[in-house]
Design a binder for this molecule. Structure first.
Ligand code: NAD
Ligand code: UDX
Length: 472
């Protein structure tokens, strides 16, 4: 069966669906691409004339949207209509951790996958290639196939029998560098059992990616590789974070340790940056999913191995908030703490699973008054993350502290007892410490959890500095 792909439909216009389809559209002007979503507000923003209103901020995205939107890239809520004409359908919907029912807290919630698969089964034409772009538990393609085929059989009685070809094509982009990662990926992974369908997808990627980088595996290896890649990356971060504590106790220098191990080509230097713990929408969710699958297959030792990666991550966050309390004489009640950075990493406004959330909540519980500044995260988002309404200065509980949203480093640091750097934004790298030391209360503290501050010497301008992996 030879496939001719002239029309693509992508279900899900989120962090993955939007940028991925934009890059395909840019590289394949001959293919019409419809990105569809049930969320009308999101689609409205994708179609906004003012490109600064796009629902996602990614470097390079605006210029692609400007070039392709309305030509071969379209965003809409017309799901059925666009599914009916598609030769290839990507499923790029959310797969968060289940919050209730069987497997709650660990398993992936596949209700959005099932809903989209049913929509495809109902509307798609014959010989359509269905591509799993979402991150999924290993063997989900089985479920997808069953749903598609059962509808197909039902139709065959009424109408005609249709064939579907299911592929797994997980996405490895990281937020903040999505366009760069999509334009020049380390590899593209295609899992499947039909050679022609795989080649049809390969042909699309080959428009801009070297064929050698396009790997072909069976469906299950592809699904599992995505979970594994995220688990390995997170494991490196937990490993290096565990050593920050040991360096602080022994006097070993964390940067020197990172340099020494990173130069071993078997280890490599990336993803060894110490920090307050990993955040983001994927690492925790995907490791929880891996743990659930291991438990399901009775592999207790394997699941508890991965569980430790998550435990270490939680420990790193609580260890940071505890030591802040400790350094500030055991109490934060009535003290002002300036929080610099709320996003889970720099160059994004995304706060999902940001370590800032847990650290801020712990400090608030200790009675601290937080002044929070992040160059891209909105007041509304912080209020949502800290379980607050939208009012500045609102109390979060009787015995707890309160927080304010600040528009600059200086207003946040004014009269503060301590500054806690939680996100590695560029503007936190070189700050006017002399000026800041004048506006802070004494004794003044800086807690640098990202090792980015240029405040090298302890007590320079009268500021005590604590750095992750160094302590004081
Ligand atoms: P997201 O929440 O930003 O977007 C998902 C979109 O799907 C939402 O806009 C939602 O309204 C839409 N949707 C859900 N059900 C639908 C339906 N039945 N019909 C139409 N639209 C529907 O999620 P995301 O961050 O883009 O992640 C999507 C998948 O990609 C997840 O499985 C995630 O694990 C994976 N992934 C995410 C990243 C990342 O950095 N965010 C990276 C790699 C892989
Ligand atoms: C991650 C994966 O990198 C990507 O391949 C996958 O598709 C989605 O999940 P993302 O969550 O966007 O991407 O960001 P990433 O750059 O991986 O950072 C995740 C978290 O780890 C952030 O909180 C970041 O600050 C932290 N991190 C990263 C470290 O603490 N140290 C590091 O060395 C690297």
């Amino acid at each position: 069966m030879e496939f001719n792909i002239n029309n693509i439909c992508c279900i899900g216009a989120g962090f993955v669906g939007g940028p991925t389809m934009a890059v395909i559209a840019d590289n394949c002007p001959g293919i019409q691409i419809n990105v569809v979503d049930i969320n009308t507000e999101r689609i409205k923003r994708w179609n906004d004339e003012d490109l600064s209103k796009l629902p996602i901020y990614e470097k390079g995205l605006e210029s692609i949207i400007k070039k392709c939107r309305g030509k071969n890239l379209h965003f809409s809520n017309k799901i059925e209509e666009n599914l009916k004409v598609a030769d290839m359908i990507f499923i790029s919907v959310n797969t968060p951790t289940k919050i209730k029912g069987l497997g709650a807290g660990k398993a992936s919630d596949l209700k959005w996958i099932e809903a989209s698969t049913r929509q495809i089964a109902k509307n798609a034409k014959d010989n359509v290639i269905v591509v799993e772009k979402s991150t999924l538990p290993v063997r989900t393609a089985d479920t997808v196939k069953k749903i598609l085929n059962s509808q197909s059989e039902k139709n065959s009685r009424i109408n005609y029998k249709r064939n579907f070809y299911v592929l797994s094509n997980p996405e490895f982009l990281a937020e903040g560098t999505a366009i760069e990662n999509l334009q020049n990926p380390d590899r593209v992974l295609i899992g499947g059992d039909n050679e022609e369908a795989i080649n049809a997808l390969r042909k699309i990627y080959k428009k801009w990616i070297d064929n050698k980088k396009i790997l072909q595996t069976n469906l299950w290896s592809s699904e599992l590789s995505k979970l594994t890649a995220n688990a390995f990356l997170a494991q490196r971060i937990s490993s290096i974070n565990s050593l920050t504590a040991l360096c602080e106790s022994t006097g070993a220098d964390i940067k020197e340790v990172v340099m020494a191990i990173g130069m071993d080509t078997r280890i490599g230097s990336r993803f060894l940056e110490p920090g307050p713990g990993f955040g983001g929408s994927c690492f925790k969710k995907d490791i929880l999913n891996l743990i659930y699958i291991c438990d399901y297959y009775g592999l207790k030792e394997v699941s508890s191995y991965w569980q430790k990666v998550l435990e270490l991550n939680s420990w790193q966050k609580s260890r940071i908030s505890n030591l802040i309390v400790d350094k500030l004489f055991g109490t934060l009640s009535g003290k002002k703490i300036c929080i610099l950075g709320f996003a889970f990493k720099a160059n994004t406004n995304d706060t999902r699973e940001s370590p800032a959330i847990d650290i801020c909540n712990s400090l608030l519980e200790e009675g601290a008054n937080l002044s929070i500044y992040d160059p891209r995260v909105s007041l509304k988002q912080i209020a949502k993350d800290l379980n607050e309404d939208n009012t500045i200065d609102a109390k979060i509980g009787l015995d707890t502290g309160k927080w304010t949203y600040e528009e600059s480093i200086f207003s946040a640091a004014n009269e503060a007892d301590a500054i806690v750097i939680l996100t590695e934004w560029n503007e936190f790298k070189n700050m006017d410490w002399k000026k800041i030391s004048i506006i802070m209360r004494r004794p003044s503290w800086v807690f640098d959890t990202r090792l980015i501050s240029d405040l090298e010497d302890n007590n320079l301008f009268g500021i005590n500095i604590w750095k992750i992996g160094y302590g004081i």
